[in-house]
Design a protein around this ligand. Structure first.
Ligand code: MRU
Length: 360
């Protein structure tokens, strides 16, 4: 992605350090966070220095590589135990996104069949291979999704499913990027996405960097714009997709999908096949992450001295509930855009596509 006209990935690794664009500080400060070991990488995932399903997948892959490279010893059982601990720490950092577990399995399964020296030698290559693959599938999602976009369309998106949420390109924003690169006029309505404001702080920032026209709207304004004919279609990413097509994504996605159906507006989900979970038959099987109530009770922004500040916006005696994701039932979803093409959100079609992916 272009940031100040320089091409960046969201996450990468050099020597034994993992580097990531610090998403806690955007849009106010652009800084690269450096993690020196897998524990710091797991913590960066947990505290959302890096976030978004494919991005945390790649960070997890690099974190596991750090774990392997930093092992000291010669006993293979000790090595396996150490890798198991690193896997656990990374995997449990965020429970809803399937890509994290998918990426960890990719690296672990290929590494653990080798001896310690070869594992160490291969660890970085495997994680890098995963990240390259992840960037490429997001590019392909963009190519497929772009075919659905017509000139002069107005698009609604929720949360940040852009390059920042991936290694590069994005899922939901990848088709929007490709449409813009192919000179179509597009305008994006960006849901601010309370409580963490990934829309107003990350999506809007990313779109501004690429000079893609957009406006931020309050979360509760989407229905108004849909009803008044201002939105041609909605497109979102996904954290986990069940085999019947139910989609877990950022809290608030469900209500946007219901509103879209009510207003006869297509509702697209863009996600790589690594987001589909063969162990979730329906959305009821998807674990929903509960985050700290502070994310609802406080808000952070920049003060007049250019300092990032957190302030309380609710009564001192109030508590809050903060589910990070919701599940949109498959009946509200028009199509799912994957790297292998655009599919109907029905069991038979999903199974066919996911099988192609597994047999690779
Ligand atoms: O809590 P976050 O910011 O990690 O949630 C991210 C989302 O919900 C995205 O829409 C999803 O991960 C798809 S990202 C390409």
């Amino acid at each position: 992605m272009l940031i100040n006209n320089i091409n960046y990935r969201t996450v990468w690794m050099q020597d034994t350090s993992v580097y990531m664009i610090n998403q806690q500080l955007l849009p106010h400060k652009f800084e690269i966070y450096r993690s020196e070991n897998y524990i710091e990488t797991a913590n960066a995932i947990k505290t959302m220095i890096i976030r978004g399903a494919p991005a945390i997948g790649a960070a997890g892959a690099y974190g596991l590589a750090q774990g392997a490279l930093q092992f000291e010893g010669e006993n293979f059982d000790d090595f396996k135990k150490h890798i198991g601990e690193a896997y656990e720490a990374l995997d449990s950092a965020r429970p809803t996104a399937n890509d994290l577990n998918y990426a960890l399995n990719f690296v672990k399964s290929k590494m653990i069949s080798l001896n310690i020296a070869d594992s160490k030698m291969r660890a970085f290559e495997l994680a890098r291979e995963y990240a390259d693959w992840s960037a490429e599938v997001c590019r392909q999602i963009g190519e497929h999704g772009n075919k659905l976009i017509k000139n002069n369309q107005n698009i609604l998106t929720h949360c940040n499913a852009g390059a920042l949420a991936c290694v590069d390109f994005g899922t939901a924003l990848s088709p929007v990027r490709m449409a813009h690169y192919s000179k179509k006029n597009v305008f994006v309505y960006v849901d601010e996405t309370r409580p963490r404001n990934q829309g107003s702080s990350l999506t809007a920032w990313e779109l501004a960097q690429e000079k893609i026209p957009h406006s931020i709207i309050a979360d509760n304004a989407a229905g108004h714009f849909m009803k008044n004919g201002k939105i041609d279609f909605a497109i979102v990413g996904a954290d986990r997709i069940a085999m019947n097509g139910d989609v877990a994504n950022k809290i608030g996605t469900y209500e946007k999908a219901v509103l879209a159906k009510e207003n006869s507006i297509p509702f697209y989900v863009a996600a790589p096949l690594s987001t589909f979970d063969i162990n979730s038959k329906t959305g009821d099987d998807i674990p929903i992450e509960e985050r700290s109530e502070d994310e609802v009770l406080y808000i952070s922004g920049i003060d007049e001295h250019n300092k990032i500040k957190k302030i309380r916006i609710a009564p001192a005696e109030s508590t809050a509930k903060n589910p990070a994701f919701d599940v949109t039932p498959t009946r509200y979803i028009t199509r799912i855009i994957t790297e292998k093409g655009v599919i109907k959100p029905i069991k038979e079609e999903i199974e066919r596509f996911v099988k192609i992916n597994i047999s690779k």
